[in-house]
Design a protein around this ligand. Structure first.
Ligand SMILES: Cc1cc2nc3c(=O)[nH]c(=O)nc-3n(C[C@H](O)[C@H](O)[C@H](O)COP(=O)(O)O)c2cc1C
Length: 354
């Protein structure tokens, strides 16, 4: 019988269980985007997940969107990530890297030479972002030219290659949460009138081109995508999200991706019911999952695996805690993005508690 604790095939890998650690930005890297020594410990502690998806990593420097976030562009970044993947593999774990380009919700203070953030259209997001000098308003972004879009796609392709070189088992495209790929998907942020804007075919073109580049580079059985239809974050608005995501997921069929990761935050429409039958690979459900909700999704065949965010953050041995029905540690929001070891690698396991 399928349970949280049974094996599952995801792309080319047989995962030892169906509990996936969600991608979570933790801001423990230096200003050059190089993960600190703590990062290897943090992920290794959580290697009993069937699969770890790394925090969002910028594929190119212009994709950085938050202070102390890591990249996968320079040899130093690749070398530091190799220590992370070695530590996870030494404990028998599997880890994919999430590629996250923040697009218009970045800030010049985070970008090379104070560059303007990149976006499909020169439309400022409402709201503010946390920079090195505190909260700052989002700025009017630079609308990418067709030639620049090709460069961004190439950046993702090369970063996928570098992620594999750094020992990652695969790569996930972050197309959720209002970052660059979702800015292309959504009518509120994409008002182009060339082949990348307007119709749903055109708005999905960027995401499909990026995925094709990643697949060509590392193989479809090592590529996944995360989407979050109707997530109300980073001022992302789409006139017809049901049409957008249904169309997008139908197009994914040809790419034969390892998995589709869907995180819903209060959407009223049954996206899981609509999207899962359209997708042939593994279907991962995230957001607000508990042991009980995940077990029933898997028992009923509604998902192949469940993704846990803040619960995994606070419980390095989450699969063991679920297995024995133990109490869970509570995540401390104050240290989610704070530098240092506190609230990062000091959440106790059951054996440490005992
Ligand atoms: C501290 C923190 C950082 C996050 N950073 C990312 C990220 O880098 N990329 C991403 O796709 N989602 C990110 N998320 C969202 C999680 O992946 C997940 O979708 C969300 O937390 C809902 O799952 P949960 O209810 O199990 O926590 C983050 C969440 C948290 C709590």
């Amino acid at each position: 019988m399928k349970s949280l604790f049974s094996e599952v095939q995801v792309g080319r890998y047989t995962l030892s269980n169906r509990m996936v650690m969600a991608p979570m930005t933790r801001s423990r890297s230096d200003d050059a985007g190089v993960p600190s020594e703590l990062v290897a410990s943090y992920y290794a502690q959580r290697a009993s997940a069937g699969l770890i998806i790394s925090e969002g990593v910028f594929p190119v420097a212009l994709g950085k969107g938050y202070i102390r976030t890591p990249g996968i562009e320079t040899t130093q970044q690749v070398a530091a990530w190799k220590k992370v993947t070695d530590a996870v593999h030494a404990r028998g774990g599997r880890i994919f890297m999430q590629l996250m380009h923040c697009g218009r919700v970045s800030h010049p203070s985070l970008l090379p030479d104070g560059a303007q953030p990149q976006a499909p259209s020169a439309i400022k997001a409402a709201g503010q972002t946390y920079t090195g000098t505190g909260l700052q308003d989002f700025v009017i972004p630079h609308a990418l030219t067709i030639a620049e879009i090709a460069e961004v796609v190439e950046g993702y392709r090369q970063s996928a290659r570098r992620a594999i070189a750094a020992g990652f088992d695969g790569v996930e495209l972050h197309a959720a949460s209002g970052y660059l790929p979702e800015q292309f998907l959504s009518t509120g942020s994409n008002q182009r009138n060339d082949q990348y804007g307007g119709s749903v075919e055109n708005r999905t073109r960027f995401v499909l081109e990026v995925l094709a580049a990643m697949v060509n580079e590392v193989g479809s059985d090592r590529v996944g995508i995360k989407i979050s239809p109707e997530m109300n974050f980073n001022d992302i608005v789409d006139a017809n999200p049901q049409e957008t995501y249904t169309y997008l997921v139908k197009q994914l069929r040809d790419l034969q991706l390892a998995y589709l990761h869907v995180a819903l935050f209060g959407a009223k429409f049954d996206y899981h019911g609509a999207l899962r039958p359209l997708f042939d690979g593994s279907y991962l459900i995230g957001s607000g999952q508990t042991k009980e909700s995940a077990e029933s999704l898997i028992n009923e065949g509604k998902a192949d695996a469940a993704v846990f965010g803040s619960t995994f953050l606070a419980n390095p041995d989450l699969p063991e805690r679920f297995r024995v029905g133990a109490e869970l540690n509570t995540p401390d929001k104050n240290t989610f993005y704070a530098p240092g070891a506190e609230g990062y690698i000091d959440y106790p396991t059951l054996s440490q508690e005992a």
